[in-house]
Design a protein around this ligand. Structure first.
Ligand SMILES: [Zn+2]
Length: 413
């Protein structure tokens, strides 16, 4: 590929600026060097190769703020309630070992072919790192650790062990692929380990992924120490705190600006929203998974109103029908009565803000990485954002560009 390429289409929606008819993006060394009308961009870079997509719209690539790659589409555990689903999932873990790499490759491929350019993935001990690293997407694997797997060790030693393993996994990775830690949830990680891991992540300037306030049973466990999750995790005896999961994780020292909290779907109160805002904790909204597992609806409009950072997440194929983030976003738009423009922002720049990477991706702006989705659209109508989301949700992504490289292209352009 030449050093300079112009990617052009009938329409460019930069998200951070107004749409441009007959627009173009100049890519130089993987980053965006110019964006504007094709004629202007061509004048600025007369030597550049032009790849023009007629009948298409260019948008920033989708940012998946919470996904799991390691599940295949078949064998999905039966739906709600959450604890029954989780119990079945856990019973399937031994068989899962034999096909996780294949599932992770397929899930990553599906994400790329639906326009995803960055994914925050969570998997046990980071098991899906090889597949994310070879996929062509940018992203982070959050290594989930389960203190119960470290018999005879105290919280400090467990946390040392997971961070040491994460540091080793970072060696030799492609550019823009990273490994961080996940404190899986309030019901799987004891408070001492959770607090220490969060403190360590902050010290390192890292990002921490968590699941939070997802199901009614999680709320019941944290508040009363009772319910379906107690039956599964009999040794996890720290429930019954008398507070909400959000309050509990604040008191444990987990929450903060480097934290991406998936779900926030059940019993999220005004007080919880105040805590999320005060701690500048970000949210990943996964409405299809929440529906499948009979959780409640995350109060996304209320979060956005308060200035809480929100991105979209697909979760994984055992609780969600696809890895297509635009399809997930279409559900959110309908659920919350949002405009197409707001939805498109959630799927792209919103996710980047939530993950703290909006300085490098999430919108088509000079200086950011050239992370783009090229979407086939016949007619855009009044709501350009909605037209793009609907087309991309329905399989209309024709090409995906990460750091200026076409990692997927089903056209001849
Ligand atoms: Zn999840």
């Amino acid at each position: 590929m030449p050093q300079e390429t112009i990617v052009a289409a009938d329409l460019v929606i930069p998200v951070a600026a107004s749409p441009i008819r007959d627009g173009a993006v100049l890519v130089r060394d993987g980053r965006i060097a110019a964006v504007g009308p094709l004629s202007d961009v061509e004048r600025a870079a007369p030597e550049a190769e032009v790849r023009r997509f007629a009948g298409h719209t260019i948008v920033p690539g989708a940012i998946n703020a919470h996904g799991h790659l390691g599940f295949r589409r078949k064998d999905k555990p039966g739906a709600a309630p959450f604890s029954v689903w989780l119990k079945e999932l856990i019973s399937k873990l031994p068989e899962k070992e034999s096909w996780t790499p294949e599932a992770a490759r397929d899930s990553a491929r599906e994400a790329i072919e639906s326009g995803t350019t960055y994914m925050a993935e969570s998997s046990p001990y980071g098991e899906c790192l090889p597949q994310l690293a070879e996929s062509g997407m940018a992203g982070t694997v959050h290594a989930e650790f389960f203190p119960g797997d470290y018999p005879g060790m105290g919280p400090q030693e467990r946390v040392e062990a997971i961070f040491e393993s994460v540091h080793k996994m970072r060696r030799g990775l492609p550019p823009r692929v990273d490994v961080q830690v996940s404190v899986h949830s309030p019901y799987t990680v004891d408070p001492a380990s959770a607090g220490l891991a969060a403190a360590r992540s902050r010290e390192e300037g890292g990002r921490l992924a968590i699941h939070l306030s997802e199901s009614p049973e999680e709320v019941e466990f944290v508040r009363g120490g009772t319910g379906g999750l107690v039956e599964i995790f009999g040794n996890n005896d720290w429930g019954g705190q008398g507070v909400s999961p959000v309050q509990y994780f604040e008191e444990t020292g987990v929450l903060g600006p480097n934290v991406i909290a998936a779900h926030l779907a059940t019993a999220v109160s005004e007080t919880d929203l105040d805590i999320l805002k005060a701690t500048n904790t970000a949210a990943a909204h996964c409405p299809r998974s929440n529906e499948y597992l009979d959780c409640e609806v995350s109060p996304v409009p209320e979060m956005l109103e308060r200035g809480i950072r929100v991105g979209m997440g697909t979760d994984g194929l055992w609780s969600s029908p696809s890895m297509n983030l635009f399809e997930e976003t279409l559900v959110a738009i309908r659920l919350h009565g949002m405009s197409g423009a707001s939805g498109l922002e959630l799927a792209t720049l919103g996710g980047a803000r939530a993950l703290g990477i909006d300085g490098e991706t999430g919108s088509i702006e000079v200086g950011k990485y050239a992370d783009l989705a090229v979407v086939a659209i016949d007619s855009t109508g009044d709501d350009l954002g909605m037209a793009v989301i609907e087309a991309a949700a329905g399989g209309g992504v024709a090409a995906t560009v990460v750091s200026g490289e076409f990692v997927y292209n089903q056209t001849r352009s």
